[in-house]
Design a protein around this ligand. Structure first.
Ligand code: EPU
Length: 341
């Protein structure tokens, strides 16, 4: 049953973003169904205010207050569809917690998303930046998403191909504001080989015979690796990787490599992807902190709000890091989280 859409006013958002920076929404509404979502969007149109769609708040930086309507997607649901042989489709409401969904699927013996354990955020936010870790990306298993198309005001089904997935990129980033994801559909398998080749994972698994590993064993290994290197946003406010790994041309890579023989690069179909963490580490920012914000001391890609930092503090630090990397290596770093305000 749809509840009435009656936005709250002047709502504090610091608990709803994992960087824990202060920001106030002029209007705030939680929606639990696609119908409520449509109503909230209509309310915003009628009142002539902008809309910000919020999932787990783990991939954005509030640079001040938000003057429009913040719509928090709380659409639940977790069920299996089209169970055929060793394959099945997992259907997740956009408001489901991503990590809980990974545990649910892997405990049921299904493979495909075990490497994506412990990524913060919601299922509906996962396709936006095409979450990825340890050699797996969401687009490897996603068959389709259901979304509200704000142009036609109807629910549409977008296939994997429609979503234009790339490294940390998708249609939802390319056409910001057009689609609001309500549900995602993942094709998982009980038999598909798992991706165990990413260096950290391979090292962690050591001599364990791969044929004996269940998906939950791999999810647990990923969780242990992440806990060792990445701060838990529940304890230390952060937004995961703050920069994308930049892709440079092969010629640029060869030039960089001659000056910096240890530079970390992964060949792509076109160009070479550099490890942004390595670049930031080299220019000395890893472990930096001032009284409010800093850079994690075990993963240079992660910016941290140590104590009462604001979005502006975080963005100023990000700019200083980008400038140092640009100056030393001539490489532009692109921010991963979206900036609001
Ligand atoms: N490195 C450094 N200094 C550091 C950290 C790493 O020199 O402080 C070097 C490592 O030695 C390694 C290389 O950088 O050779 C890559 O490091 P890592 O394997 O930790 O991965 P990453 O490229 O830094 C990416 C994702 C992470 C994901 C890991 C594992 C991006 C922007 N980040 O990080 O995603 O967990 O791979 O797959 O692609 C996230 O998006 O929030 C996130 C944490």
């Amino acid at each position: 049953m749809n509840r009435t859409v009656e936005p709250r006013e002047n709502f504090e958002l610091s608990d709803l973003n994992t960087l824990h920076v202060p920001a106030v929404a002029r209007f705030y509404q939680e929606v639990h169904t696609a119908g409520e979502l449509a109503e909230a969007l209509e309310w915003a149109r009628n009142n002539d205010v902008d809309v910000l769609i919020l999932g787990g708040g783990s991939n954005l930086v509030f640079n001040g207050d938000y003057q429009g309507l913040v719509v928090r997607i709380c659409i639940r649901g977790c069920s299996w569809e089209r169970v055929l042989g060793h394959e099945a489709t997992l259907v997740l409401g956009a408001g489901e917690n991503w990590h809980e969904a990974v545990l649910y699927a892997t405990r049921a013996g299904y493979r495909g998303i075990e490497n994506l354990a412990l990524i913060p955020g919601t299922a509906g936010a996962a396709p936006v930046q095409n979450i990825g870790a340890y050699g797996v990306e969401l687009c490897d298993t996603l068959v389709s998403v259901t979304a509200l198309d704000r142009h036609s005001n109807t629910l549409v089904e977008l296939t994997n191909k429609d979503c234009h997935f790339a490294y940390r990129d998708s249609l939802f980033k390319q056409s910001p504001g057009r689609y609001v994801i309500t549900e995602i559909h993942l094709r998982l398998s009980r038999e598909k080989p798992m991706q165990l080749g990413y260096r950290d994972l391979e090292e962690y698994l050591g001599d364990r015979p791969h044929e004996e590993l269940e998906p939950i064993d791999v999810a647990e290994a990923v969780m242990a690796i992440r806990r060792r290197k990445l701060p838990d946003p529940g304890m230390i406010p952060n937004a995961g990787s703050f920069f994308k790994n930049p892709v440079v041309s092969e010629a640029t890579f060869v030039k960089l490599k001659s000056g910096y023989p240890d530079i970390v690069g992964y060949p792509q179909i076109k160009g070479v992807k550099l490890a942004a963490a390595w670049l930031i580490d080299q220019v000395g920012w890893k472990g930096f902190r001032n009284e409010r914000v800093g850079v994690h001391n075990r993963q240079a890609l992660v910016l941290i709000n140590h104590s009462a930092g604001t979005g502006r503090d975080i963005l100023e630090l990000a700019d200083r890091i980008r400038e140092s990397v640009k100056e030393r290596f001539g490489v532009e770093l692109e921010m991963e989280p979206g900036i609001v305000g």
